[in-house]
Design a protein around this ligand. Structure first.
Ligand SMILES: [Zn+2]
Length: 414
């Protein structure tokens, strides 16, 4: 694949050795790359955003930074499988709108694939991702973020599978009726009995269980119950950055036994303590100005975004750079092994990316940094996609071996 003619060529990092960079790009373009998490479906639904629209210069509602994703940047990134996040938050659940929200987002992803068949194709199986690579196409895959979406119904879970959903993050940031979130209240002491039934049913279907966002107790309960490899679709290593959204070392060791994959999140706040602290301090310091802007632009979200962006630009903080992503990959490699680490960018789910990364088009920086640190081509390919494909294929095999069971809803299974 050549990037000539693309509006977004990958930018070589300052001071990089051209030979090492060229070698890295060669490995990158040959590899099957699967990214565990992308939140662009939100804007697809809420703003009628079309992926053909050049997203640079547009501004996210809550973050003030340009989108990270559009068709041209997706192509430049070299990604073959992009997991579009069917994100349903705790607030949507509490408002009683979890399932319809998920339905809107699934439809939006299908519509993008229908509008842009020359580049996008809906994929639901590992073999389809491998085939898409040969056809030089990009797979749109879907994962539900937030188990609220199934509204305590295995009937709904099965229908989401039939619609093409291939993983489910059991919670977002709010604990619910059958699983506890990483920073939420302890409602179930981990997974409830119904929660365990959800995991078993996901195994039977061939839907991957995603332990991003859940409490450590839920991570362990899932590992106790699941017969198939699990994933963390967008979480980093707690051993490098102690944050509840990241995965602790003892769980990493269990994931190695389970055959699963921890797909590293690129959000600077999850990667680096200093960035996180400076960000929090800045928000506290600028609160009076931000409150004032909110009043001033009460009916003009674009105007607010622009004003917020300017205010933040005038008050810069330390933002860790892309090399920090590879510190997390190194750590997971050390603790769990090279077979259990992947990438889960969280593009368009985060207000900003590590220094050096403007959006999807800069994904090759991660490959470059691994290559520079001496990772072999085989190791790099594992991290970029082969580990995920192996786990997915294993989950498909587990599904093929399991019988239909009869359970239906939380009411029946307490
Ligand atoms: Zn998330």
């Amino acid at each position: 694949m050549t990037l000539a003619g693309s509006a977004f060529g990958q930018t070589m990092p300052a001071g990089a050795d051209t030979r090492v960079w060229d070698e890295a790009l060669k490995i990158h373009r040959k590899a099957i790359i699967v990214d565990g998490h992308n939140d662009i479906p939100g804007p697809l639904v809420d703003e009628d955003f079309d992926l053909a629209t050049n997203s640079v210069g547009r501004f996210q509602k809550n973050g003030g930074t340009p989108f990270h994703t559009d068709l041209a940047r997706l192509k430049a990134s070299g990604v073959t499988g992009e997991f579009m996040s069917i994100y349903v938050g705790g607030d949507t659940w509490l408002a009683g709108k979890a399932m319809p929200r998920a339905m809107d987002m699934i439809d939006a992803v299908y519509r993008e694939a229908e509008k842009h068949p020359e580049q996008l194709t809906m994929c639901t199986a590992a073999a389809e991702i491998r085939r898409a690579k040969k056809m030089n196409k990009t797979c749109a895959l879907m994962g539900i973020e937030g188990g609220y979406a199934i509204e305590n119904s295995l009937h709904a879970l099965r229908n989401f599978y039939r619609l093409g959903v291939r993983y489910m993050t059991l919670t977002h940031n709010v604990s619910h009726d059958w699983a506890d979130a990483h920073n939420g209240e302890v409602k179930n002491n981990g997974l409830s009995e119904f929660g365990k039934e959800v995991v078993r049913e996901m195994n039977r279907l061939g839907m991957l269980i995603d332990i991003s966002h859940v409490s450590v107790k839920v991570m362990n309960d899932v590992l106790d119950v699941s017969k198939a490899p699990i994933i963390a679709s967008h979480s980093s290593a707690r051993g490098v950055r102690d944050h509840t959204r990241n995965v602790p070392d003892d769980v990493l060791k269990r994931v190695a036994q389970n055959g699963g994959v921890i797909m590293v999140n690129f959000y600077p706040g999850f990667l680096d303590e200093r960035t996180s602290k400076e960000d929090t301090d800045r928000s506290t310091r600028l609160k009076p100005q931000l409150d004032e802007l909110r009043k001033q632009f009460a009916n003009d979200p674009q105007g607010y975004n622009e004003a917020e962006r300017k205010l933040f630009a005038a008050n810069p903080i330390y933002i860790t750079d892309y090399r920090r992503i590879v510190d997390h990959i190194d750590h997971i490699k050390k603790v769990a092994g090279i077979d259990h680490v992947g990438i889960g960018s969280d593009f368009d789910g985060v207000p900003y990316l590590p220094t050096g990364m403007k959006g999807m088009e800069d994904l090759a920086l991660v490959t470059y940094e691994m290559h520079r640190r001496g990772y072999t081509e085989e190791e790099i390919r594992k991290v970029l996609g082969e580990n995920f494909l192996r786990a997915f294929e294993q989950a498909e095999r587990v599904a093929g071996n399991r019988q239909i069971s009869g359970q239906g809803s939380l009411k029946k299974i307490k």
